[in-house]
Design a protein around this ligand. Structure first.
Ligand SMILES: [Zn+2]
Length: 573
């Protein structure tokens, strides 16, 4: 647990312009800085950085956040890692505070060193093993590719790592998952007689291993367990090596195994990554959509591959974005990408990639499979299967197209389908524009929220009992209670950082993005004072109307003495 006060100090110390400039060249434009957005593909710059307010916002794709969020998004790091990275850049030490009953893992730098040492050891062992070298050669891999992926070999035997680690009983070997502690405190190497594929994060650190048997043997693939360094659902094998090619070509190929990634790279297809013994998670999909415009899932032709593909589709639906393309490549049942590219070569394989089935086609094919669409029953069944899938889609254009297609196949009109599914019709697909997204029926609340973001200390002046309705009002309520807890001493970036990833983040970032339009002469405190007095007026009017209603019903005598006094007082105003 990193103390909140440290996050605030860190954000105070950093300048977001310096942080972003390390990765993206910025140009001064008026009071702000701009660049072509690193998170989506564009020709003219809509990525804006406010030095005065210390946040970034993209008017094209909507990314938004603080210096910490930028490093998380851009490097694909977790929060703690991003904070550590930034703290180091300004020479601050990240303190750890342990709450009672809460266990925490500080990722000690020596865990990374342990993994580095193990990688070196396995690579040396590869050079010494004719059998392992022959195996890789037999799979058509060159020494160059083996070096690029730092491939190694874990020899046969139970405690080989003791040659690389003088203290074979060290906790770090256990924590990194390199050894297994058995009964009676006996230890042995996890990986034995396996080709070793280091799993490397985007900061070039080895965080885990995948080991593959050379001949027959079970399991065929063995991964490092989850450790403080390695979270399977978040990592993709080969992303470190492929990220440049993925950004450049704006497409990424997702395959099932490390051998596929390496074999594809050997044949010049250098934009492939693999999941690590897990299904494709929503986290993977979001990460890849940030890097590129197109994801092609290429799973094995067998049953398991088909199942994996469908899981990927289901997990992708909520994250579909207009302008991004997700498609599926199904190889012949007897092939995986490794065997396919070895047999047919790069050109044939890439033609397959180019002709991959778009997500919508795959979805339609699957939900209509084994149905007799000529019968009423079959068409009902189709609608039944389509409903949960269609309602999971957030992207307007994709949703519209799919509804049209499903309606056509089911023999109903689009309007009928929408009525049936109780979904809001989409008259035309709106381009996601900031203006539309931020339009709000309560401009007063939006401005109030903006004032609180700009100068959190103003929260102390909010009238007690304030209430409102809608997303902005909810956000104001949440912000106020956070500020109260902090004694109204919180900086604006720290406040925004605190709400990142919460249900209020959307309202907050939209409100903050609109603040880019504020001129330099915009007086936040004066604006806020004006709003407060309008709120007071509104409240008085409400009160007055309530009392007036009561007295109209039962006369002034129906009011208590206190109410009567209040009524007369309000009447005078
Ligand atoms: Zn963008």
């Amino acid at each position: 647990m990193i103390p909140k006060s440290f996050i605030q100090d860190l954000l105070n110390r950093l300048d977001i312009v310096d942080v972003i400039e390390r990765y993206v060249p910025l140009k001064k434009a008026g009071g702000n800085y701009v660049a072509c957005c690193p998170f989506h593909n564009e020709k003219s710059p809509s990525f804006t950085v406010s030095q005065a307010k210390q946040f970034y916002h993209c008017f094209g794709c909507g990314v938004h956040g603080t210096a910490i969020s930028f490093v998380m998004e851009h490097l694909g790091l977790g929060f703690v890692e991003a904070v550590e990275d930034l703290a180091q850049s300004v020479g601050m030490d990240v303190p750890q505070e342990q709450r009672a009953g809460e266990s925490f893992h500080k990722i000690a730098p020596d865990l990374y060193e342990v993994m580095q040492t193990a990688t070196r050891y396995y690579r040396e062992q590869l050079k010494l093993s004719v059998r392992a070298i022959d195996y890789l050669k037999g799979r058509g891999l060159s020494g160059e590719i083996a070096a690029k992926f730092a491939i190694g070999y874990a020899p046969e035997g139970w405690q080989n790592l003791s040659a690389a680690f003088p203290d074979y009983r060290a906790d770090t070997l256990n924590e990194t998952g390199l050894v297994i502690s058995g009964e009676a405190d006996k230890r042995y190497d996890r990986f034995r007689d396996r080709i070793m594929f280091p799993i490397i994060n985007v900061r070039a650190q080895v965080i885990g291993f995948g080991g593959r048997v050379l001949d027959k043997g079970e399991p065929k693939y063995l991964n490092s367990p989850e450790t403080p360094l390695f979270e399977k659902g978040h990592e993709l094998y080969g992303l470190f090596q492929a990220q440049k090619a993925i950004r450049a070509g704006q497409r990424v190929l997702v395959v099932e195994g490390y051998m596929d990634v390496v074999a594809l790279a050997q044949h010049g297809v250098d934009y492939a990554v693999a999941t690590l013994g897990t299904a494709t998670t929503p986290y993977h999909i979001q990460k890849l959509l940030r890097l590129s415009d197109q994801i092609v899932f290429c799973f094995d032709g067998d049953k398991a591959g088909q199942k994996a593909a469908w899981r990927a589709l289901e997990n992708a639906l909520p994250y579909l974005q207009d302008g991004k393309l997700i498609s599926f490549l199904f190889l012949p049942a007897e092939h995986d990408p490794d065997s396919f590219i070895r047999e047919f070569g790069k050109a044939v394989f890439e033609r397959q990639v180019a002709e991959a089935m778009p997500l919508s086609g795959y979805l339609l094919r699957e939900i209509s499979s084994e149905l007799d669409l000529k019968s009423q029953e079959g068409r009902n069944q189709l609608l039944h299967r389509a409903r949960p899938l269609l309602s999971a889609i957030a992207s307007p254009v994709t949703a519209l197209l799919l509804r049209k297609e499903v309606a056509a196949v089911a023999g109903v009109s689009q309007a009928e389908l929408e009525a049936l599914f109780e979904i809001k019709p989409i008259a035309h697909a709106p381009r996601p524009s900031l203006k539309k997204a931020t339009r709000t029926p309560f401009p007063v609340q939006r401005l109030l929220l903006q004032c609180l973001i700009a100068q959190p200390e103003l929260g102390a002046q909010m009238p007690a009992g304030w209430h409102g309705e809608g997303a902005d009002a909810d956000a104001i309520g949440a912000v106020l209670s956070a500020l109260r807890e902090a004694g109204f001493a919180m900086s604006s970036p720290a406040l925004m950082q605190m709400f990142e990833g919460t249900s209020y983040a959307r309202a907050l970032s939209q409100a903050e993005a609109d603040m880019l339009a504020w001129g330099e002469s915009f007086d936040v405190a004066a604006e806020f004072a004006g709003l407060i007095s309008r709120l007071d007026d509104g409240q008085r009017r409400e009160q007055f109307q309530a009392l007036q209603g009561k007295s109209a019903q039962s006369g002034l005598s129906g009011l208590s003495a206190e109410e009567r006094e209040q009524y007369l007082h309000l009447l005078k105003r």
